[in-house]
Design a protein around this ligand. Structure first.
Ligand code: ZN
Length: 197
């Protein structure tokens, strides 16, 4: 972080007047007011506390990818452009963290594993493992596509035939060679890309 941020670490609850160090929500059991900067991010506030992935401090803010962040760090990340409007890490975040091999992803269709995955690593990649009607099961392999930059309406729309706009088909990867976070729904380790290129 550049240290120029003006975001205060502590805040005073407007309702019960208790000062909090970190946290997005007041945890006075008779209050639960939300710090005003987090009004638009209520969906990220968790009733149970987690440990901030940077500092280990207790926090009530969980990113969609499962990372807990101390609330002032979250505001700094937003200010720095390290989180996008959906609160996923941006390319700028990864450029600032070149050794980070985990990437946030979004997916469609889940059977043991996500069967369609979009993630960013400098470019947009698409992994697909569709149901095989002939075999009557899901295959244990992904096809990897290099994609053009996708507009928001494409990402939020149907992914049927998405591979048809791929720039390139890069190869096939056994699903067992791909490492996910423990939920298999949030983060993917991009280490497998090195076996492709
Ligand atoms: Zn309060």
């Amino acid at each position: 972080m550049n240290g120029k941020s003006q975001i205060p670490d502590s805040w005073v609850c407007t309702k019960c007047k208790i000062r909090h160090f970190g946290f997005a929500q007041c945890h006075n059991p008779s209050c639960f007011e939300i710090r005003k900067e987090f009004e638009g991010y209520k969906h990220l506030i968790t009733p149970q506390f987690g440990r901030c992935v940077i500092s280990g401090a207790e926090t009530d803010l969980e990113l969609p990818n499962g990372d807990y962040l101390w609330a002032p760090y979250f505001l700094q990340y937003m200010e720095t452009g390290w989180l996008n409007d959906k609160c996923y890490y941006t390319d700028a975040y990864y450029e600032a963290h070149p050794n980070e091999t985990w990437r946030d992803f979004i997916y469609r269709e889940f059977w043991d594993y996500p069967r369609e995955i979009l993630f960013r690593y400098k470019n947009t990649y698409y992994l697909k493992s569709p149901f095989d009607d002939n075999a009557d099961e899901y295959p244990d392999i992904y096809t990897l596509y290099l994609m053009p930059d996708l507009k928001a309406d494409v990402i939020s729309g149907s992914w049927i035939n998405l591979e048809k706009i791929a720039i390139n088909t890069l190869g096939r990867i056994p699903i067992g060679n791909v490492t996910f976070d423990e939920t298999r729904r949030k983060k993917i380790d991009i280490g497998f890309l090195s076996s492709i290129k």
